[in-house]
Each structure stands twice: as C-alpha cells, then as structure tokens.
Design a binder for this molecule. Structure first.
Ligand SMILES: Cc1cc2nc3c(=O)[nH]c(=O)nc-3n(C[C@H](O)[C@H](O)[C@H](O)COP(=O)(O)OP(=O)(O)OC[C@H]3O[C@@H](n4cnc5c(N)ncnc54)[C@H](O)[C@@H]3O)c2cc1C
Length: 380
C-alpha cells in the first residue's frame, strides 16, 4: 500500500484489490494468452467496473463522471498494471482527452459521442522519417485543405475520427500557426496507407491526407494553439505511463519472489544464493525509488503547482526502471522467461514501448533541461 493515503483512498485500494480478485483474475484465468478479448467479455468487465464505480473516475461530472484526483488515479493505475492482465485496460471509461473543453459542432459530433462510448478517436502526431514537409493545411475561406502523412496512429484503422497536428498556412502560403484538427477517418482524401502491429501488441496505421477538405470549425481550440493543445493533456498520460511502469515492477517483484522461494534443481531455492539476493535487492531498490518518484509527482500535480518537469522526470525514470527490473526478472528466471506465452516474455515486449510513447525519453530529457535553464521550472 502507498503510505500516507487518506482513509478514503486506503478504502479505494482495498476495493480495487478485491475487484481484481473477484472480477479480473477469474476471467483472466480462462483467457488463453493468444486469444482476443471478445466484445462480450469487454462488456462484462465494463459493467462490473461501472457497478464498482471505477469506470467513472476518468470522466467529467457533466458526463455523469466522478473524476478522481491525480493521486487516486495513479494509485489505481498502478494497481491495474500490477495485475498484468489485458482486461484491466477496460476499467476506466473514456475521458475527453484532447477534446476537453470542445464546444459547438466539435462537442456535438465528437466529444459527446466519445463520452457515451459511441465514437472513438485516434491521435496523429508522428510524421514519417522521410517526410520532406510536416502535414499542413491551407486556409481557403471557411475551409482547411489538408495534405501530408501521419505514420503511427494507434487504433487508427478502427477509429471514427483522427485528431491530427497540422501546420496551417494562409492562402498565400505564409505561416498561420499550428492546429489540432479533427478529421473523419472516412472523409474524402483520407487514405489508410498501411496497418501494422508493434511488439507490445498494439495495432497502428499510417495515413495519407490528399486535399482533405474540412470546415475551419474542426480546429480544436484556436488556430495557433496546435502544439499546446496536443500537449495539454499529455501530462496526465505521461503520469499514467509512469504508473503502468511501476505496476509492471510490482508484478515482477512478486513473480520473482515466488520463483526464488521455489525448489531449484541445484538442490536449494535460488533465493538461498547470495548473488541472486543481490540482484533481487536491486529490483526492489529500483522499484522503491520509482514508486517514490511516482507518488510524489502525483501529489505535486494535485497541489496545482506547475508539474511539467516533475511529470517528465517520473515518466523517464519509471519507464527506464521498469525496463531494468523486468530485464533482471528475465535473467533470474532464465530461458523459460523467453518462451512464447510466458508472462515475462509478454511483459518484456510491452515495457519497451513505454520509453517511446508520449515523448521519446531523450526528447523529454531535453525538454526538462529547457524547462530548467530557460523557464527556471522544476524541483528535484
Ligand atoms: C506503441 C506505440 C504507440 C504509438 N502511438 C502513437 C499515436 O497514437 N500517435 C502518434 O502520433 N504517434 C504514436 N507513436 C509514435 C511515437 O510517438 C514516436 O515513435 C515517438 O514520439 C518517437 O518519434 P519517432 O518514432 O518519429 O522517432 P524520432 O523522432 O526519429 O526519434 C528517434 C530517436 O532519436 C533520438 N532523437 C530524436 N530527436 C532527438 C533530439 N532532438 N535530441 C536528442 N535525441 C533525439 C531519440 O533517442 C529518439 O528516441 C507510437 C509509438 C509506439 C511505440
């Protein structure tokens, strides 16, 4: 249990652990490693989560939600992750994400249906390595004409719409600023170029935009706010990734503890060997440090202080720590850990992507130092 939690939060932890025992582990036990999660199973889990109240904790009050504090969400996200189950991905309801504060048509056609679970959006930010020009939009009266390419859109093939970052220019090609623009996936000129899978199991697509014409009202917020809009919600997402990472560490610690206590062909459990104990101690020390950073950061976020640099630090540190901890876990289990279908084989593949998503860690490092040297922000 995380220390210094209020009585209410301690109760949430107890309920979350009970929820895993009663709703998730039994269903997980019946699911083959390679089996897709059926729509019926997803619905069952969502219904159970709604009944327990977890589903609503990521949703705004105006959509019937009861939004939790950053600390509570972080505690819960770590607990879901330590279950090491694909099923916990359905426990929180959809949040507004980049569409937060959307008004008018954007609210009616996109935000409201997203919050009801009737539509799903995907996020297009990353450009292909070979692009000679980032995706751009030319203003033409009340319209935007979009051209370019996005190379890594998670869930893009099945999304109803894409929120993409574009560089907007005036009709005379002079710069007008960046914008996040909502484009229907089936709009004319949106070409699904390729779909692919990444090693952690995610499905992604690349898209071409060929003279895609959308009304100017599809801009989220104001023209010129593209990058800040794209990054506005990213602090939450980065903290979520940090919590997923420490949850993975916790799962690995208990898995290895059991392994070290079990009989071993050498005649005594591996846990009796001092060299092995040293490795396990490192796993625990690193996890302790990462969790300390994580929960301190969640509390700073809740305090309302500027927390951009702390969230970056937590994302980088927790994801890299999880990489080290899981690597050590694989080492201590030996060859069996790499056999397809072994939970550590799966975890090893999943942890790698955390250092790239929502900002490659080295770019985050550069931003953190920029925040310090140029804006005098960030605590240690
Ligand atoms: C599982 C997964 C899901 C993803 N989902 C999405 C999504 O939904 N939408 C989306 O838009 N993108 C998505 N991405 C893409 C992801 O955001 C990018 O892979 C990531 O931002 C890195 O960008 P890049 O791949 O273009 O690499 P590059 O930008 O080419 O960088 C490659 C490496 O070069 C180094 N580097 C680059 N620039 C610098 C610099 N200025 N200084 C120092 N080092 C540098 C870093 O080590 C970096 O990791 C996803 C990626 C993964 C793995």
């Amino acid at each position: 249990m995380v220390e210094q939690l209020s009585i209410e939060l301690q109760q949430v932890v107890v309920e979350a652990d009970r929820f895993l025992e009663e709703q998730i582990y039994p269903r997980q036990a019946q699911l083959e490693a390679s089996e897709a999660v059926s729509e019926t199973l997803i619905k069952e889990i969502i219904d159970a989560s709604k009944k327990a109240g977890f589903f609503y904790k990521t949703q705004p009050v105006e959509y019937g939600g009861s939004p939790a504090s950053s600390l509570e969400l972080t505690v819960l996200r770590e607990i879901w992750s330590k279950a090491n189950s694909r099923l916990t991905g359905y426990l929180f309801g959809p949040g507004p994400g980049i569409l937060h504060h959307a008004r008018g048509r954007l609210k009616e056609h996109y935000l409201d249906p997203v919050m009801k679970g009737e539509k799903r959006g995907a996020f297009g930010f990353t450009e292909p390595d070979k692009s000679d020009r980032p995706t751009w939009a030319r203003l033409s009266g009340d319209q935007l004409i979009i051209n370019g390419q996005k190379s890594y859109v998670t869930g893009g093939a099945t999304a109803d719409f894409l929120s993409i970052l574009v560089n907007v220019e005036h009709p005379d090609a002079s710069k007008a600023g960046t914008a996040m623009v909502v484009v229907d996936r089936e709009a004319e000129g949106v070409v699904l170029e390729k779909s692919f899978r990444s090693m952690e199991g995610g499905g992604h697509s690349s898209f071409l935009f060929e003279d895609v014409c959308v009304p100017r009202t599809q801009i989220i917020g104001e023209l010129g706010e593209g990058l800040p809009r794209a990054l506005a919600n990213i602090g939450n997402v980065r903290l979520m990734i940090a919590a997923q990472a420490t949850g993975m560490c916790l799962w690995s610690l208990s898995f290895i503890e059991e392994h070290l206590r079990a009989p071993h062909r050498s005649g005594s459990p591996l846990g009796d060997k001092e060299g092995v104990r040293l490795r396990y101690a490192d796993m625990r020390i690193k996890t302790f440090a990462a969790r300390s950073a994580l929960f301190r950061t969640a509390r700073i976020v809740d305090s309302g202080e500027n927390s951009v640099n702390e969230v970056i630090a937590a994302k980088v540190f927790c994801t890299e720590t999880a990489g080290e901890v899981i690597d050590m876990a694989v080492q201590l289990v030996g060859g069996q850990a790499l056999v397809e279908g072994h939970p550590l084989e799966n975890l090893y593949r999943r942890v790698r992507s955390l250092r790239l998503v929502e900002g490659a860690n080295d770019l985050l490092r550069i931003n953190l130092v920029k925040g310090r040297l140029e804006l005098n922000k960030g605590t240690v």
